[in-house]
Write a protein that binds this ligand. Structure first.
Ligand SMILES: [Zn+2]
Ligand SMILES: [Zn+2]
Length: 354
């Protein structure tokens, strides 16, 4: 099969490699679409926010994927070849035995992503990829693969909403207009909060956020003073919940502390490139709850990926307008260029179609 191999930085090559075989409890998926995630772009830009071993040559990627079941490993029941499915990726597979896994919080399993002593991640930038059967979610016919590839992103938004947790009279602020910010805003509005204020730098994205139900009102932080704008929009009270979705090297955590109400909460979804400082005095005076949001798992026994799928199926969130660019696998380098330079390309979510 053809697969994209990552040789480090911007060196991505499509090569012929053996098609993997599904092991016991696994499923082979013929990949229909795989989204380029912000986390794929960190190593592309030469950073590795999660540390650990240096990126091995010929690393794979593509954890936001959907496709068709192509083969079943031994012991897999309830799925069939030819079924259209969304995939919760391999790096979220927990050990199944630790306290965190036993209570359903496998996203914080200390050995998350380890299988048979090896670190595993999904490789959706390939014609075929192996997934764990328990992480396969059948798709209704009217959910396209490209929309289904966004379910991983929506599940992060669902997890953010659960982590805070959002309440119906909350004024919510979302910092960032990337796919995570847009999905988080849509999920918060679908959760029935009072108002979502989105902060970003680009007017066209802020306008789009309102059009696609990701925000009620917006603030361009390049032109407006954020704390004054937040005060104007909240009768001086600040926001009950603030979601930071930018990360990298941005000063968005400081913005989040400013935007938060006294007694407010901050959910940090963005991946920062290093340690971040918090404005202690303000955060302490406001007694802000600072909550890190790492991926997703289950909530009260319900898989957050399934909640995201239900929201998409029921039309409570709009994924279609977020997928702006599509490339075949052979042109994955162009896909990464478009995703890397979103301002130049106008991309929000770039999808590879192997
Ligand atoms: Zn992702
Ligand atoms: Zn575990």
């Amino acid at each position: 099969m053809k697969a994209a191999l990552f040789y480090g930085g911007r060196d991505i090559r499509v090569e012929e490699i053996p098609t993997p075989a599904p092991g016991p409890g696994e499923v082979l998926v013929d990949v229909g679409a795989a989204g380029v995630c912000g986390s794929d772009l960190h190593p592309y830009r030469g950073a590795n926010p999660w540390g650990g071993a240096s990126t091995p040559a010929a690393h794979r990627g593509g954890h936001e994927l959907a496709g068709v079941v192509a083969a079943l490993g031994s012991g897999v029941t309830g799925l069939r070849v030819g079924q259209r499915v969304g995939v919760e990726p391999m790096h979220l597979v927990g050990c199944g035995r630790c306290r965190q896994c036993r209570r359903g919080d496998y996203h914080v399993c200390p050995t998350r992503g380890m299988r048979n002593g090896e670190r595993h991640g999904s490789a959706g930038f390939s014609e075929f990829d192996v997934a764990v059967a328990a992480n396969i979610f059948p798709l209704p016919d009217d959910v396209s693969f490209e929309v289904a590839s966004m379910l991983d992103v929506y599940a992060c938004g669902v997890h953010g909403a659960n982590r805070i947790p959002l309440k119906m009279d909350d004024v919510v602020c979302v910092i960032g207009t990337g796919p995570i910010g847009m999905t988080m805003g849509q999920v918060a509005r679908a959760a029935g909060v009072r108002k979502v204020i989105m902060i970003g730098r680009r007017d066209e994205l802020l306008r789009l956020a309102v059009d696609i139900g990701a925000a009620d009102v917006t603030i361009n932080n390049a032109s407006a003073r954020v704390s004054e704008a937040i005060a104007d929009l909240t009768e001086g009270e600040g926001c009950d919940a603030v979601f930071e979705s930018v990360g990298g090297t941005a000063d968005t955590l400081a913005q989040a502390v400013d935007a938060s109400a006294y007694g407010g909460k901050i959910g940090v979804i963005g991946a920062f490139w290093g340690d971040v400082a918090v404005a202690y005095r303000t955060a302490n005076r406001k007694e802000i709850d600072l909550r890190w949001c790492n991926s997703y798992a289950s909530w009260n026994g319900v898989r957050e990926y399934q909640i995201a799928l239900d929201m998409v199926v029921e039309g409570r969130v709009q994924a279609e307008p977020l997928v702006t660019h599509r490339f075949p696998l052979t042109r994955i380098s162009e896909a990464f260029q478009a995703a890397d330079d979103k301002k130049g390309s106008g991309a929000i979510k770039v999808v590879v179609q192997p």
